[in-house]
Design a protein around this ligand. Structure first.
Ligand SMILES: *Cc1c(COP(=O)(O)O)cnc(C)c1O
Length: 233
């Protein structure tokens, strides 16, 4: 078998190409958008394969599964991002094993993460998840409640609030895809006008990374385009 992991047409290279051309079209610099590889449901070997091609940041949604991979890949210098639903009885291992959490949407969770962040580690990097499409069933803080939550999280000693994250409702019409991303960027700009210094917009997935980058995404979260379709068992 030949190892073509370095091939120009590997999924990682193709995603990097999409990011590069979207950034260029938006008049943004080469390194203005970070790639988070979303590896939920993928075996550790798939992550190792991607890491061998230079990918360093991985996003996981499910705690138990993530902890197994963090252990299995401890020999690599990877940066782990928790992007899934948060339960308050499971915050401790997240505070102990992750560098970033993108899905904070209430103060109770933020307080626990701050209290449980080990003293020898740098502050936990936080994005607040915003329910940008105002879907009643979805997690995320509302735009109305965002400023208060952002102020409260900023005050917590072991967290560093970096920005906002959103998962817009799926949208068939490419022309409509920009709107929720623009709304999220404007929300970030408003917080910064009120004195915050947030630098991260975690938005854009396999189907819509171009629209997200056009609207200012600084981190895209990509699963399917890197690993193929997910198979849930
Ligand atoms: C699964 C997931 C992704 C990746 O989605 P793809 O469409 O597979 O790229 C991104 N963000 C979150 C929060 C996810 O749960």
């Amino acid at each position: 078998m030949t190892d073509n992991s370095q091939a120009n047409d590997s999924p990682l290279r193709r995603v990097q190409q999409r990011i590069a051309s979207a950034s260029e079209q938006a008049g943004r610099g080469q390194d203005s958008v970070a790639l988070l590889a979303v590896s939920k449901t993928r075996p550790a070997a798939d992550l190792r394969h991607l890491a061998a091609q230079g990918q360093r940041c991985f996003g996981e949604n499910y705690l138990q599964e993530a902890l197994e991979k963090i252990t299995a890949l401890a020999d690599l210098e990877l940066e782990w991002h928790f992007i899934g639903p948060l339960q308050s009885n499971k915050t401790r291992p997240i505070a102990e094993h992750f560098a970033w959490v993108h899905s904070v949407d209430r103060l109770k969770i933020a307080r626990r993460l701050s209290e449980q962040r080990p003293a020898q580690l740098p502050p936990l990097q936080i994005c607040l998840q915003v329910n940008i499409s105002a879907e009643p069933s979805k997690s995320g803080v509302s735009l109305a409640e965002l400023p208060a939550l952002a102020a409260q999280v900023t005050a917590l000693p072991r967290l560093q609030l970096r920005g906002l994250m959103a998962i817009p409702a799926p949208c068939e019409d490419p022309a409509q895809r920009h709107r929720p991303f623009r709304t999220l960027r404007q929300a970030l700009e408003q917080l910064n006008e009120q004195g915050m210094a947030l630098d991260t917009l975690s938005m854009g997935m396999s189907a819509d990374l171009e629209a997200a980058i056009a609207e200012g995404a600084t981190m895209v979260r990509i699963g399917t385009a890197l690993f193929g379709p997910r198979q849930y068992t």
